[in-house]
Design a protein around this ligand. Structure first.
Ligand code: NI
Length: 169
C-alpha cells in the first residue's frame, strides 16, 4: 500500500466527471487500498478517486475518527437514490486545504453501489455519514465546495483560497 498524492484545487482532475467502473480487477483493488491509506494518512474522513488523480467512480469513507463505531466504507459506482431533510453545516476538503464552507446537504440518504467484491450494496446514511457521501459523490461529478456557493460568495472564497496557496509558496 502507498500514500498517494492528493490533488488540490484548481487542478483539472477535480473539475472532471469520473467514469463508471466496468472491471473490478487487481489494479482497482490496489487503488482502493492506496486510497484508504491516503485518507487515513491525511487524515480525512473520505476520499474520492478524482482527488488522487483517477477519473473513476470510487469513494472511500470512514467517519469513525469523528463518530465512534463506524466501519470503513468502500463504494464503487455509488448513486444516491434517496435524499431527505436538508440542513446546512460547515465542511472542509482535503483538496481545498484551509477552506471551511457551509453547505446544505440531506441528513438522510440512501446510497446504492457495489462493494470491492462486486456485490451490490445499499447503505442508509444519516448525519455526518450522509454528508460525507454527498461531498465525495460531488467530487465524482467534478464538483468542489466552491461550486455549492452563490456566484458572489464563490468569488470571495476562491480568491481567498488562491491567495493562501500563493502565500504558501
Ligand atoms: Ni473533498
Amino acid at each position: 500500500m502507498s500514500v498517494l498524492k492528493i490533488y488540490k484545487y484548481p487542478e483539472n482532475v477535480l473539475k472532471k466527471k469520473a467514469l463508471k467502473i466496468e472491471n473490478i480487477d487487481g489494479g482497482l483493488q490496489t487503488l482502493i487500498d492506496d486510497m484508504v491509506q491516503t485518507m487515513y494518512n491525511a487524515p480525512g474522513i473520505g476520499l474520492a478517486a478524482n482527488q488522487v488523480g483517477e477519473l473513476k467512480r470510487l469513494v472511500v469513507i470512514d467517519i469513525s475518527t469523528k463518530e465512534k463505531s463506524y466501519p470503513l466504507i468502500i463504494v464503487i459506482n455509488p448513486e444516491i437514490v434517496h435524499a431527505d431533510k436538508f440542513e446546512p453545516s460547515e465542511e472542509g476538503c482535503l483538496s481545498l486545504p484551509g477552506c471551511t464552507i457551509s453547505v446544505d446537504r440531506a441528513s438522510e440518504i440512501v446510497v446504492r453501489g457495489i462493494d470491492r467484491n462486486g456485490n451490490p450494496i445499499e447503505i442508509e446514511a444519516k448525519g455526518l455519514l450522509a454528508r460525507a457521501f454527498q461531498h465525495e459523490l460531488d467530487h465524482l461529478d467534478g464538483i468542489v465546495l466552491f461550486d455549492k456557493l452563490s456566484p458572489i460568495k464563490r468569488e470571495f472564497y476562491k480568491k481567498k483560497y488562491l491567495k493562501s496557496l500563493k502565500d504558501e509558496k
